[in-house]
Design a protein around this ligand. Structure first.
Ligand code: PXP
Length: 248
């Protein structure tokens, strides 16, 4: 099965917000990413609006010709906005004010009762709901119990271990992801992955056939500063296709 590439444009907004004003425009980046081969666009509206802002979400929902994946904490404010914008997908993530990024998966077991009504409202708004979780059996079973169609497995621990050169830990974390993908698939869940992926890790993870979508942002936007956004999207597409074809 072809592996889809979702491009997260949050950090175009991070650069814009560093100076204030309107440039660079994350919606322009979204259009360019789509033209270069992105299958969907992800944007994370955080409680503190540190990168994407409400008006970005409104424009993305109005203008995009590919699915919009609205990443959000399961808060009243975000759910109410999703009910208005009706994005194709809503990915529920943990959100703590002090986090620099989304550092761990959603606590789907402990938060079960809070998530049930949130998910019901998103489903009623027509969103395909995904839960961003650690690749652990308990979390996957908890997500399945919540009745969502999709889980996104957190690749951060693996990617950080690879980047830091911790070979043994990286091997363990990769196996966790592969096993997690199989377990989630066995529960009938569609399996996505994301956080910290680069060309090499995306190529490697693409060899696991249960994954059908990767959501990637920070690496792509960083590389785009040197080689251009269109080029990096094409390179990432090629890396994922190579991995999927088994040509590691
Ligand atoms: N998927 C989810 C659910 C995320 O929270 C993030 C980070 O915002 C990503 C994917 C993308 O991670 P990165 O920006 O490290 O590629």
């Amino acid at each position: 099965m072809r592996l889809r590439l979702g491009v997260n444009i949050d950090h175009v907004a991070t650069v814009r917000n560093a100076r204030g004003g309107r440039l660079p425009d994350p919606v322009r980046a979204a259009h360019l990413a789509v033209a270069a081969g992105a299958d969907s666009i992800t944007a994370h509206l955080r409680e503190d609006r540190r990168h994407i802002r409400d008006e970005d979400m409104v424009r993305l929902a109005r203008e995009l010709t590919v699915p919009l994946n609205f990443e959000m904490g399961a808060t009243e404010e975000m759910i109410a906005l999703a009910e208005v914008l009706k994005p194709h997908a809503a990915c529920l993530v943990p959100e703590k004010r002090t986090e620099r990024t989304t550092e761990g998966g959603l606590d789907v077991v402990g938060q079960h009762d809070h998530l049930v009504p949130a998910i019901a409202r998103l489903v009623a708004a027509g969103c395909r709901v995904s839960l961003f979780i650690e690749p652990d059996e308990a979390a996957i079973a908890g997500a399945a119990r919540l009745g969502v169609p999709v889980v996104e497995l957190h690749t951060g621990a693996w990617c950080h271990a690879v980047t830091d050169g911790h070979g043994t830990k990286a091997a363990i974390e990769l196996e966790r992801l592969r096993t997690g993908a199989r377990i989630a698939f066995g529960h009938g869940l569609e399996v996505h992955a994301g956080h910290g992926l680069d060309y090499d890790t995306a190529r490697e993870l693409a060899t696991t056939p249960e994954f059908v979508e990767f959501n990637i942002g920070h690496f792509l936007m960083g590389e785009a500063m040197f080689t251009g956004l269109e080029h990096v999207i094409r390179q990432m597409r090629a890396a994922m296709d190579e991995g999927r074809a088994g040509r590691e």
